[in-house]
Design a protein around this ligand. Sequence first.
Ligand code: TTP
Ligand code: MG
Length: 371
Amino acid sequence: MESVRKIIHVDMDAFYAAIEQRDNPELKGRPVVVGGSSKRGVVATASYEARKFGIHSAMPSSQAYRLCPHAIFLKPRFSIYRAVSQQIMDIIREYSELVEPLSLDEAYIDASENLKGMQYASKVAQDIRRRIQRETQLTASAGVAPNKFLAKVASDMNKPDGLSVIVPETVSVVLHKLPIRKIPGIGAVTERKLHKLGIRTVGDLRAISERQLIGTFGKMGSWFYRIARGEDRRAVIPHRARKSMSVERTFLEDLSDKFEIEQKLRFLAEELEERLSKRSLRGRTFTLKITYSDFEKATRSITTENAISSPDQFLQMGLELLKKTEVGNRPIRLIGIGISSFLGDEEEDKGPPPSETQLSLLGRDRLEPAP
Ligand code: TTP
Ligand code: MG
């Protein structure tokens, strides 16, 4: 028989807002909203005091303002959040070699064989929570269970500053009323589809036969069948922090026209900015990559003092670097651009404040692979 795994999911409470409250004591106990402040901005997160007014992540800032005009609205300070994230992940990594960060503020830990030789995963989780609190003055919630899905459900059960444990005996009770949206792999589209079938909770899902689920959802159906029973065999996959981010295009036909190449670059610039802002990443090195039609490659890069972060900047630098290649005289089959030298932990962020589009794109970093 396969031995039972011990998985912990750690998730910081109101992460961005809690950091702002920590760093400015006047904000403690008050409704704080972090996000885009202008008309088109969205809420990244809200303190628990602000959530009482119905404010939540991804809500337009204008709506948040209507719900609670006396809330304090703040712009995000990404470099600080990244530094705190690093601190938390460093603490967690003292407990296990198998740590999988999901975003800046959450991670899965396989504590089956933890580095401290602790017998109980709940003890590991409590220890981690206590150390995070002591070393960052911030609270984390944690869930302990035999798999990733249940551990994540558990960490949500006792928020903020709580710990929950799900054991095999309590699985069906816990899952019964859970909204299907909490199932990994169920986004807005599948949720709507399931709602139309009258399926709103995991309990509802559990009442459907495996055959029927597979008939309707294909492979995903058998995943739903198992997850509805609290079964999830996904491994905790440790991965190191990303060092660069890039986008590229290979063309169906080789390109030599400068104007066409500039158009491609324009698209790539937008795409790169979107990807970077989704992950709250900003860096100082811009790289252009070219593959000529004979497969010879060329890369050119520029490093600046401040963050290079708008599509316009990417385009300008891309065009500048193109002049240093043979593009125009020699056809190319691929073009790519990327950003590296991310603004780091200790390093003070001297760049411009994030642009409006970045704020409106504030998405969560979902690193979890689709099941
Ligand atoms: P979450 O862990 O989802 O939220 P939270 O930590 O603010 O609150 P809690 O866990 O106590 O419910 O996300 C972590 C951070 O990621 C959050 O502080 C801000 C950012 N974020 C966004 O920028 N946009 C989003 O839509 C979400 C959900 C989070
Ligand atoms: Mg959180």
